[in-house]
Design a protein around this ligand. Sequence first.
Ligand SMILES: [Zn+2]
Ligand SMILES: [Zn+2]
Length: 450
Amino acid sequence: MSPSERRPSETIAAHYQEAVQWRRQLHRNPQPAWLEFYSTGFVAEKLAEWGYDLLLGKDIIEADKRVVVPDLQTLEAEYGRAIASGIKERFIAPARGGYTGVVGVLKGALPGPTVGFRFDIDSLEILESSDPSHRPAAQGFISQNPGYAHMCGHDVHTAIGLLLAAHFAENRETLRGTVKFVFQPSEENLGGAVAMVEKKVVDDLDFLFGGHVGISMKQLGQIAMNVKSFMALSRFEVTYRGRAAHAALRPNDGKNALLGACAAVSNLYAIARHADGASRVNVGVMQAGTAWNIIPDKAYLRMETRGVTNEINEFMALKAREVLEGAAKMYDLAIEIEHAATALSAESSPELVELGTSIAEKLPSTVQVIQEAAFNASEDVTVMMERVQSRGGRALFVLFGAPVGGGHHSTTFDVDEEVIRNGAEFLAAMQQAVSARSPQSPLAERRDKA
Ligand SMILES: [Zn+2]
Ligand SMILES: [Zn+2]
């Protein structure tokens, strides 16, 4: 059979069992935000072997835009762990110090648009269940890095990406345009996308595709096309500094940082709700004080606001800053507010929603196309979608249906691995469809006209 006659499903089916093994390998070796050395090296080695041009380290990660970076000791320990687990150092040396993630580019033999695919690679900080009823435990691919585990399915996303990348590499002679794989670190902390976007990683994309397994799609073969209600989000690390004093002898000399933090917390929850739509506020961490008899001179908060639109979140974040600063004034404290994460609200491009629907309906793996689904959480893919769309490109984010064990972010999360094949098939078919429709790069054409 000539290469031109191969359908995506054939190469994808041929590599599917391997992709399951890749997923399990990744599942065994989880690392969270900015520590994803194992998955970075694992992906980079495969892409290089398949002929992709690689971009790594500070070429794809803007140092200053990284938020909540682990300390040097942890960074080095996890770097060493990846090497001890079989990762070749040359593939992760550029990532050393917390510059994880991989971009791989493959130019097809035929002209066409540049199509990007984004996959997140980070794990959560959670202890995976070792209960024998939990499949990864029973079948021997449970996390080997206790305290870290892939309980959101990003190992599955990475496997979908690799399966898709293998497919394009094998069909390079008939590939139209360029495919660009963006394996993004630090999704859970909502910091990776911004750091990559700042390095212009998605600026050349005519099309961007992303997705998540499960969420509200719990059945294999379901696919949700128009994912709405991405919540825009802002996170802050807040430090109050006062003055320590003896709690009995000279309390009047103290400046109580704990009290300032308390005033802030109760008033943060009292921010008025916005009439235009849903909003959220949460203080997830509060630490203060050292002893019974000392006026606490330092207090630390981690807090976040969200809104169903960017405007609502901006309102929430602005009010939160006023409350935080007001509390500092009230107790005569110094305050530092550090921005710790961003996600935006975003919507898929209508043309791609329509095209995706017709493509999905024709795929044998599809059981049901859901027209609209709510995400009801935050995802920093939105930062990439917004960038691509604002530059004239198109973006689509879908949900791939799969049973998810105990649920996302639980200790017994697990995924039906069939979704790896379904996801890769859909994305391969989308690339084929958009490149057949746009023999030239639409962005380049628009740029030429302008
Ligand atoms: Zn998650
Ligand atoms: Zn996730």
